[in-house]
Design a protein around this ligand. Sequence first.
Ligand code: EPU
Length: 429
Amino acid sequence: MKSITSYTSDYLVIEGGHRLVGKVRISGSKNASLPIMMSSLLTDDVCYIEDVPDLLDVRSTIELLQVFNAEVSYHQGKLRLDASKIKSFIAPDYIVRRMRASVLAMGPLLGRFGKAVVAMPGGCSIGVRAIDQHLKVFERGGARINVQHGYVHLEVDKIKPVEYTFEVVTVTGTENALMFLSRCEKRSILRNIAIEPEVMDLVEVLRSMGVSIEIDGRTAIVRGSRELKGFAHRVIPDRIEAGTFLVAGFITGGDIELENVRVDHLGSVIEKLREAGACVEVSSDRIRVYSNGGGIKPLSISTSEYPGFPTDMQAQFTSMCCLAEGLSEITENIFENRFQHVAELQRMGADIHIRGRTAFIKGVKKLTGAEVFSTDLRASASLVLAGLVAEGKTVVRDIYHLDRGYERLDEKLKSLGAPVERHSITDVI
Ligand code: EPU
C-alpha cells in the first residue's frame, strides 16, 4: 500500500449500492475542444468557442496557448482566443508531460509560422503512443524534422501539397495533418484518416475558417489558404462522458436521463448496452437509460476506430461486465496497455483474466468496496463505476486523472443520488 505522501491528488469516497435517478447535462467534448482551441493558432482573427468543459486538460491547453503569447479568456464554458501576437513556438516539456494532446500545437504552428518546437511526448500509461504518422505528414509537406535534447524541432519554408495514406488510423495525427495543410493552397489528399466525431467537429471549424475539406469515407481532400478567418463554434457533447453515465444509470438499477447528447455519436455504445439488457430510449438530444431488473447479460466487445466500439469506453464496460451473469470477453485493439484498471477491479472482487489483448471476465454476484488507484483517465472512471455498485465504501485515489477529462463528475453523480464525497489529499479517512 502506498504511504499517504505518495498520493498525488484528491480522492473520492463512494458509498455503493444506491440507484441513480434524475437528469444530468452532458458537458462539451474534451477531445473536440482541444484541437479546436489549437486551430485558433491558424489565424490572426479572434476565435470564440462555446461549451468548453472546465477540465485540467483544457486549463493546460490555455496555459500552452498563453506560453505562445496568445490572449485567452475563459468564462463559464466560453473561450475567446486571440493568436495575433504569437511570439514563442516552443511547447515546453512540463506542459507536454502533463498533457499529451499538446502535440496538437505542431500542425497549426508549423502551418502558419513555418516553425514549431514541441517536447517529445514519449509513451504514457496506456501505451507507447508514437507520433510517427504526424511527422510523416509534415515531412511530406516539406518540413525538416530534428529531435534534439528531448524536443522535436520542425521547420518548413513553403508547404508542399501532400498525398499520404496513414499507416494506422490516428485521431490526433489526422487533426494535426488537417491543421497543417489548412495553410497550403494546393490540393492535398489524406487517406485512411480517423473519422471520429471529434475530428469532424474540427473539420467543421476549419471549413468555417475558409479551408475546403471534402471527406469521402476515410479520404480527405484539403485545399487550404494563406488567409484564414476567425470562427465561432459550439463544441459537440462529450460522447465518452455520456457513455459513462449510461453505464452508471444501468448498473445501479437506476433511471436517468442525459441532456445535451448526440445520439448518432453513441451508436456502438447504445447497441452494447441494449445487448447487456439496458433499456435505452432515445430522442433528438436526450437519452433515457434504466434497468428492467433483469440483471446484466455478458458481452463480447472488441474496440476499434469510430464508428466501432470506442477504446475510451472499454474500461467502463469492463466494470459493468464484472457483474454480468456469465463470461464476457473484451478485446482492446487500439492501445497495448489499457487494462490497468483490471488489477484494481480484482481488489474489489472481480474475476478477470487477461490473455494477450483480451480480458476474460467472469461475472461475480457482488463487488466489495476497497481502496483503489487511478492510473489513467478512463481507468479512473471505471473504478468510480465499480464503487457505485460495490458493497460498502470505495476510496478512489489520485483522481487527478479523472479531473483531466470529466467535468465535476462527483457533483453530477451526487445530483443523481450517489453518495460520493471528494476529499483533499491531506484529509484523513
Ligand atoms: N499511433 C501510431 N503512430 C502515430 C499515431 C498513433 O502508431 O503517429 C498508434 C497509437 O500508438 C495507438 C493508435 O495508433 O496505438 C491510435 O492512437 P491515436 O493517435 O488515434 O490516439 P490519440 O490521437 O493519441 C485520441 C484521444 C484518446 C483516444 C484515442 C483513440 C485525444 C486528445 N485523445 O488519442 O483519448 O483514446 O484518440 O480514440 O483526442 C482519452 O480521452 O482518455 C483518450 C486517451
